[in-house]
Each structure stands twice: as C-alpha cells, then as structure tokens.
Design a protein around this ligand. Sequence first.
Ligand code: ADP
Length: 243
Amino acid sequence: MLEINNLHKSFGELAVIKGVDLKIDKGDVVVILGPSGSGKTTLLRCINFLEKADKGQAIFGDIGLNLKTASKKQIHEIRQKVAFVFQNYNLFHNKTALENVTEGLVYGKRISKQEAIEIGETALEKVGLSDKSKAYPSELSGGQQQRVGIARAVALNPDIILFDEPTSALDPELVGEVLSVMKDIAREGTTMLVVSHEMSFARDVANRVIFMDGGVVVEEGSPKDIFVSPKEERTKQFLKRVL
Ligand code: ADP
C-alpha cells in the first residue's frame, strides 16, 4: 500500500532523516516510537508533502513518485489517498465541527455539498460527536477537537491515515477518549501510521512497531518483539526510560 525508500531530509545543516525505508501493508497499524527530536514527525510530514524531502521515493498503491520532485498534480492525488491528523488538531476556528469535516470533501474531493454533509455526519457519529456537529472548535474540549480532526480524516475515506502525536497536546484526562476512537477505527481495518508516545496503544493496537533514533529506523517488529525482546541497545535504553 505504501512504500518509502531512502528518505532524507535536513533543515539547514541539521540532518533529521538519514535514509529511512518504510513498508506498510493494507490494514497495518504501525506505531513509530522514539525519543524527541529523532525525526518521527518530519518523516510523517515528508510522506504527505507537508515538508519537501531532500531525497526519496514513494510508492502509494499503484503510483510511484519522487518525494523531492513530485508535481502539484501528484501531490494533490496523494493527498486524496493519505489523510493527516495533526498534533494541534488544525481545525478552522470559524467553521463548525461539521464544516471542518466537509470542507475537504467539497473543495478537495469535489463531492456535492449534500453528499459531503451526509458523509460528515456519519464520520462525526463514528467519533461520538453527532451532537456537536454545529459547535465551533472554541466550544469543544481538546479531546473533542481532536476527534473532529479524526472524523475529518476518516471522512476522506483515505487509503491510510497518518497520526502525528495525536494526544500529546491533550490534558491527561482527555487522552483516553481519543485513543479509544483510534482503537475503533483500527479495528475496522483502517491502515494507520501513528507517531505516539502512548506505549499502551503501541502495545495493544499496533501490529508493527518501529523504533527511530537519530533519523534512522533502529529496529522494527511486532509489539512483542519490541517491548519484550528488543535487540538493539538504543531500543532497550529508550524503553527503560519510558516504561
Ligand atoms: P520528533 O517528532 O521525533 O520529536 P521532529 O521530526 O519533530 O522529531 O524533529 C527532528 C529535528 O528536526 C528536531 O531537532 C527539530 O528541532 C528539527 N526540526 C523539525 N522541524 C523543523 C523545521 N521546520 N525547521 C528547522 N528544524 C526543524
């Protein structure tokens, strides 16, 4: 479904991604773990062209492209297949929950407004926010705002959803409701690539865990491989700190 080969990205002198390969199959729930600053968010952003890679190839389903030189048309095409859930929700503050969800359907996917509303309402129902469709972000808790962010991604019916630390901006008591929605959509077979510090989610929901450090993939495997019998010293040290 998604393959990334030899991805590199620097910010000025700082090399942040130093040759990452990634392969994700349909239905995979892959969690990327790693210390702060190891390049996890940048990796995700390069996959969706929110950052331009310095080098790297990608294969999205049957489309192969260069992550550095992809055309606007190709980027638009990929964004129809790859949805993104942001750490800080990235909602339009002057739009209601429903309008936030339908915006991308009407303007990105060119779906009629009426159909977009139906899809949007179904997506909000899925994240438990049917009763908040007319609420503005300022009237919602952080957890509810992030659930709108997830509904927006789900409504696009993408091939894969990328989650960039979706719970890290939330107060601790609001983390559970967001993880629970993520768990639900994972169980429905949604392909997900998740950067998260939530070890319980990685352990219980992921079928594959990738440990990154210093801009490279240090180790990957099943949650059991990584949490119970990690091979690499850097993985062991990281887990000792966070568990
Ligand atoms: P992680 O998600 O693992 O915490 P990031 O990908 O956010 O790591 O960041 C990796 C490194 O890249 C950090 O040192 C960060 O400061 C730097 N970085 C990220 N984005 C930018 C940017 N837009 N400009 C300059 N440096 C950046």
